[in-house]
Design a protein around this ligand. Structure first.
Ligand code: ATP
Ligand code: MG
Ligand code: MG
Ligand code: MG
Length: 565
């Protein structure tokens, strides 16, 4: 069917919404692809829905090519499953929570590891049924603190989430590799400029994890890239690596003697601030301390902030102790307050080098810089410092020493080797080769399908508007009737011929609009090829324009059909 602009629900806008900061936000709204419904919630209009569906189709094809089976799970999920794994607390305010009429607690799924684990427990009994990869393309909900940048960060968004199930490490590694390759094909087909970088797994848990990043100024992630070797990592991961490396060294010398703390293991918040060079006026997140013996989460999960200066006034002269690993065992809810912007607290507790009975305290200011931590022995003496670790451009590459480059990027995909975290939580076993139960090991693999639309717009747009790669564009060719009777007849002809030849055609047949208005809209909408019936229509000539390069040529209809098919 030819998509006729005379009937299309489309209203292009001359001006971007006042609150729009990023290119994709401005252009997707101006070109009539999406419309804001409420904070972080977006309506996909006819042109936008086509692009979204194209992205989903490419993702689906490549997931099926590696043997993934598509399913569809509910978005509304009993909260208890997320409590079993501790993620209800880890996600904290990010979770949309609700209660049904009987008082049962629910969440709107932010990602579905728990539910897929249970599905497989219910459906699969033998090693013979594995390996298995399931995926869905589904609506996800996260109550993001600052939903901004349009569909780049929605509170409701489309994700492709996949889960692999294997019986052993080699199987998991193979499933992970297959997904990694599929992701590379997906992002190539979508037309992305992208990098695969090391990542930290954050609230997902598990070990190995990589992100697919699309370099763009609007990105909220910073990645370090080595010009000397193939090292590339999210700076979150670099700081973690650097921190772990520092942790193994005898770095106390660098930090001065332990006695600097007034009483070993006891300090006021102001002293801690001074100790770590965090300005007392800095706003801290996620500082866990014991105040007069009571565990207090100073700083709040999510993106809320606490003023350390005010806090010190408030607490002084109370003694502030360090929280121990045993404290965490008793109060697992505290873990929630423990996730810094870099997820470090959690990881260190899980780190086998931090023996039970050791303690950890951390704080980070709102940019995630000035993170400071200290690991203490059982008598509360400081035995290791985990110091401020930030990455600056020019810092040595951890692999080859060359100065690192730092770039901004948008996270478009993320793959994880989860291991047995979820299988353990739900006792997901299958019968093994020897007839004994074997615990399943899992991977999880996400792509931001709706985010990908905006990320592509960020990377491809120019001053005039969007410029879609052909596979995701809402149409293959945009035919414009730029003039009265003769051009209109030729445009109609062209649209019919191209449609018959199998192309997806958008036809600007809107009456009473000047050619200038139509062509400006065409540039804004960004279909890869423009075919204009205008001034030379009487000679049977159309103008063929490549939206990406700007190349133009006058062609007959036959030539146009040949060139475009
Ligand atoms: P971010 O760091 O941007 O908050 P994330 O690391 O929390 O993303 P994951 O949990 O890894 O996200 O989810 C998998 C994918 O889902 C991400 O790689 C991203 O492409 C997409 N995604 C995550 N949050 C959002 C959101 N609020 N809006 C749109 N897409 C999102
Ligand atoms: Mg997030
Ligand atoms: Mg992330
Ligand atoms: Mg991620």
């Amino acid at each position: 069917m030819v998509l006729r602009m005379s009937r299309l629900m489309l209203k292009t806008l001359r001006d971007a919404p006042a609150d729009a900061e990023t290119t994709s936000h401005k252009l997707l709204v101006r070109a009539g692809y999406v419309r804001r419904s409420s904070a972080g919630m977006w309506t996909w209009l006819p042109l936008g829905k086509r692009v979204l569906d194209n992205v989903a189709r490419i993702v689906r094809e490549e997931m099926e090519a590696i043997g993934g089976q598509e399913v569809l799970l509910p978005a509304l999920l009993p909260r208890e499953h997320y409590e079993t794994t501790g993620r209800a607390d880890e996600y904290g305010d990010l979770l949309f929570r609700l209660t049904d009429r009987k008082g049962t607690d629910y969440v709107l799924g932010p990602t579905h590891e728990e539910i897929f684990t249970q599905l497989v427990k219910d459906q699969v009994t033998s090693y013979k049924d594995l390996p298995l990869t399931l995926f869905q393309i589904q609506t996800k909900y996260r109550d993001e603190a600052r939903p901004r940048s349009g569909v780049l960060r929605g509170r409701e968004f489309q994700m492709k989430d996949a889960y692999s199930f294997d019986t052993d490490e080699e199987g998991l590694a193979a499933s992970y590799r297959a997904h990694r390759q599929a992701y590379i094909r997906i992002f190539e087909r979508l037309g992305f400029d992208f990098r695969v970088v090391s990542a930290v797994s954050g609230a997902m848990g598990g070990s190995a994890s990589e992100e697919f990043l699309a370099p763009a100024a609007a990105g909220e992630d910073t990645f370090a890239d080595c010009p000397g070797c193939d090292y590339a990592a999210n700076t979150e991961a670099v700081t973690y690596t650097a921190r772990a490396a520092a942790d193994t060294g005898a770095d106390a010398a660098e930090h001065g003697p332990v006695e600097e703390m007034d009483t070993p293991g006891t300090a006021t918040v102001a002293q801690l601030a001074a100790r770590y060079g965090v300005p007392a006026s800095a706003t801290l997140k996620n500082l866990l301390v014991k105040v007069d013996g009571e565990i207090t989460a100073v700083g709040v999960p999510g993106d809320r902030e606490v003023d350390l200066g005010k806090l010190a006034d408030h607490l002084a002269p109370a003694a502030v102790d360090i929280v121990t690993a045993e404290d965490f065992a008793e109060r697992p809810d505290l873990v929630r307050g423990y996730i810094g912007p870099q997820g470090l607290g959690i990881r260190y507790l899980a780190d086998p080098r931090v023996a039970p009975g050791t303690a950890w305290i951390t704080g980070a200011n709102k940019e995630g810089r000035h993170a400071a931590g200290v690991v203490c022995g059982r008598d509360f003496t400081v035995d290791r410092y985990l110091d401020v670790v930030t990455v600056e451009a020019g810092d040595p590459c951890p692999r080859c020493g060359t100065g690192l480059r730092l770039d901004r990027a948008i996270e478009i995909g993320h793959i994880f080797q989860l291991g047995r975290k979820y299988a353990d939580a739900f006792q997901l076993d299958v019968l093994g080769r020897d007839g004994k139960p074997v615990r399943v090991t899992m991977g999880s693999y996400g792509i931001g399908v709706s985010r990908a639309v905006a990320a592509l717009a960020e990377q491809t747009a120019d001053a005039k508007g969007l410029r879609w790669p052909r596979e995701v564009a809402p149409a293959d060719v945009h035919v414009v009737a730029a003039g009265k009777a003769v051009p209109t007849a030729l445009a109609e002809d062209a649209a019919a011929r191209l449609h018959a030849a199998g192309l997806r055609v958008l036809l600007d047949d809107r009456p009473g609009l000047s050619p200038g208005v139509k062509l400006t809209d065409a540039d804004l909408i960004g279909v890869p090829t423009l075919l204009t019936a205008g001034r030379r229509a009487a000679e049977g000539l159309l103008e063929l324009t490549d939206r990406a390069t700007g190349d133009r040529a006058d062609v007959t209809l036959d030539e146009a059909v040949t060139r475009l098919t």
